[in-house]
Design a protein around this ligand. Structure first.
Ligand code: CA
Length: 168
């Protein structure tokens, strides 16, 4: 990690405050646990709107964070591209609608969603969009993988490294 920032510090604090990586949390998140996670995400990542018991959205629903992914890869909808916290499509899932507003060269920094250095699996359920994933913020540090339309990976080689991406 080359870039230090307040945003990074925030992301680290989020990670430490949660039961990340515990099988219990993935399999059966309690209502209290979800409420705690929800409150933290909303407080630390401005612009988020709670849209369900375990979902937060930004940018009028174009970006969605699901705090407890229970169906795995099936949680990533048609024409979305998605990242998961754990291999095997487990844990938190962050999804984007592959729409022009998202896929026009915009660089998406994962710190904005508490997802820096978290991604372990991905899926691209769009018909024609490609997504480059980068090791540092601002599409820096080298591309670590590329998402291809209709493809997925349940266990990326560059685990817990993704910091930014761009869809085109
Ligand atoms: Ca990184």
């Amino acid at each position: 990690m080359k870039i230090k920032s307040a945003a990074l510090a925030t992301a680290v604090v989020v990670g430490l405050g949660l039961p990340v990586g515990t099988g219990v949390a993935d399999a059966a998140p309690t209502a209290a646990s979800l409420r705690t996670q929800m409150a933290q995400v909303l407080a630390e990542h401005p612009g988020g709107v709670q849209t369900g018991a375990d979902t937060v959205s930004w940018q009028n629903g174009a970006v969605t964070l699901k705090l407890a992914s229970l169906r795995g890869v099936a949680d990533c909808g048609y024409n979305q591209f998605c990242l998961w916290e754990h291999s095997g499509f487990g844990g938190r899932m962050l999804a984007w609608n592959a729409i022009p507003a998202i896929c026009s060269g915009l660089i998406i920094n994962l710190t904005d969603y508490g997802f820096n250095d978290q991604a372990s699996a991905w899926a691209d359920n769009s018909p024609s969009r490609f997504v480059d994933v980068w090791n540092d913020y601002g599409a820096g540090g080298g591309r670590i993988w590329r998402m291809l339309p209709g493809a997925s990976s349940s266990n990326v080689q560059s685990n817990d490294a993704a910091s930014s991406l761009d869809c085109y």
